[in-house]
Design a protein around this ligand. Structure first.
Ligand code: SAM
Length: 285
C-alpha cells in the first residue's frame, strides 16, 4: 500500500478531432496506474494513436455499480486512475456519476482534466443566448414519452440543449416542431469537429425540411439547441381559478396542480403553468 493518496482524474477526450486531446490529458494517461474506460478497445485505439498503452478496465452503464467499490479500493491503496468515456467529457450523458459520488464519499481526491464536450461546443457556435441554458441530454426514445417531456419544457425561457443520434433525429425534430411550434428558432449542430461538420439554424419547420432534403443530413451525431420561449406576459386569473391553483399547489406537485385546475377551468394550461411558477416563487420568498 502506497503512503501517497490516490487520485481519480476525470479526463475529457475528443468528440471527433483527435487534435482536441489536451497535452495535460496525455500527461495524465502516461502517469496513472489504470484507465477506467467506457470501452477499453476504443480507448486503447485513442492511446495508441498517441504512442501510449496503459492497463485499462471497463466502466460502463451496465457494470458501474459493481465496478465502483473495486476502483475506490484501488484509490484508497494509493493508485492513480483516469476515468474516460468514448468521447467528450465523462458523466455528461456518459458513465461515471456513481464512481465520482462514491469516491467523493470516500474522501478520494478527484481532479478534472477538462476538454471537449459536444453541448458546449455547439452552444458556443449556435448564436443562441449563452448566459443561461438548460442541458437536457437525450430525449426519451418513445414518441409519447418524448412529447410529454417536451411539454414540460415548452415555456422554458433559457436556451435548451439536447443530444440526439442518427436513429431519432428526424422524429425528435418533428416532435419539437409539434410541441414548441414550427416557428421557434433552433439550431442543429452535426458531426462537430469532424470532416462533415455542419451547423444550421432557422425555425424548427425549416430544420425539419433541411433534414428531409438529403439523407446525409440525418447521419452522424447531433446536438439540437432550441431558443428559449419569450417571457410570458401573465394576465390575472379569475379569482376562483387563482384560489384553486393556490390551494392545490400547497398540496400537490406543480404539474399535477396545473393539470387538475386545467380540467376545472377554461384557462389554457400554459397560462396556469406560468401562474403556478410565479405563485410558487412568491411562496418561497
Ligand atoms: N460525453 C459526451 C460529451 O461530452 O459531449 C457526450 C456523450 S453522449 C453518449 C453522445 C452524444 O453526444 C451524441 O449522440 C451526440 O448527441 C453528442 N455528440 C457527441 N459527439 C458529437 C459531435 N462530434 N457532434 C455533435 N454531437 C456530438
Amino acid at each position: 500500500m502506497s503512503n501517497l493518496p490516490g487520485i481519480l482524474y476525470v479526463v475529457a477526450t475528443p468528440i471527433g478531432n483527435l487534435g482536441d486531446l489536451s497535452p495535460r490529458a496525455l500527461e495524465i494517461f502516461g502517469q496513472v496506474d489504470l484507465i477506467a474506460a467506457e470501452d477499453t478497445r476504443h480507448t486503447a485505439r485513442l492511446l495508441s494513436h498517441f504512442g501510449l498503452s496503459k492497463q485499462s478496465l471497463s466502466l460502463h452503464e451496465h457494470n458501474e455499480e459493481q465496478a465502483t467499490p473495486g476502483l475506490i479500493k484501488r484509490l484508497q491503496h494509493g493508485q492513480q486512475i483516469a476515468l474516460v468515456s468514448d468521447a467528450g467529457t465523462p458523466l455528461l450523458s456518459d458513465p461515471g456519476y456513481r464512481l465520482i459520488k462514491g469516491a467523493r464519499q470516500a474522501g478520494i481526491v478527484i481532479r478534472p482534466v477538462p476538454g471537449a464536450n459536444a453541448a458546449m461546443a455547439a452552444l458556443c457556435v449556435s448564436g443562441l443566448p449563452t448566459d443561461r441554458f438548460v442541458f437536457e441530454g437525450f430525449l426519451p426514445a418513445k414518441s409519447v414519452a418524448r412529447q410529454s417531456h417536451l411539454q414540460t419544457l415548452e415555456r422554458e425561457t433559457r436556451t435548451v440543449i439536447f443530444y440526439e443520434s442518427t436513429h431519432r433525429i428526424v422524429e425528435s425534430i418533428h416532435d419539437l416542431c409539434s410541441v414548441f411550434g414550427t416557428t421557434r428558432h433552433a439550431v442543429i449542430a452535426r458531426e462537430l469537429t469532424k470532416t462533415f461538420e455542419q451547423v444550421v439554424d432557422g425555425p424548427l419547420e425549416q430544420l425539419c425540411q433541411w433534414l428531409q432534403q438529403d439523407p446525409n443530413h440525418q447521419r452522424g451525431e447531433f446536438v439540437i439547441l432550441v431558443a428559449g420561449a419569450p417571457p410570458q406576459h401573465i394576465d390575472a386569473l379569475d379569482p376562483h381559478t387563482e384560489q384553486w391553483l393556490t390551494l392545490l399547489l400547497a398540496e400537490l406537485p406543480l404539474k399535477k396542480a396545473v393539470a387538475l385546475v386545467a380540467q376545472m377551468s377554461d384557462t389554457p394550461r400554459n397560462v396556469l403553468y406560468a401562474h403556478a411558477i410565479s405563485l410558487k416563487s412568491e411562496q418561497l420568498t
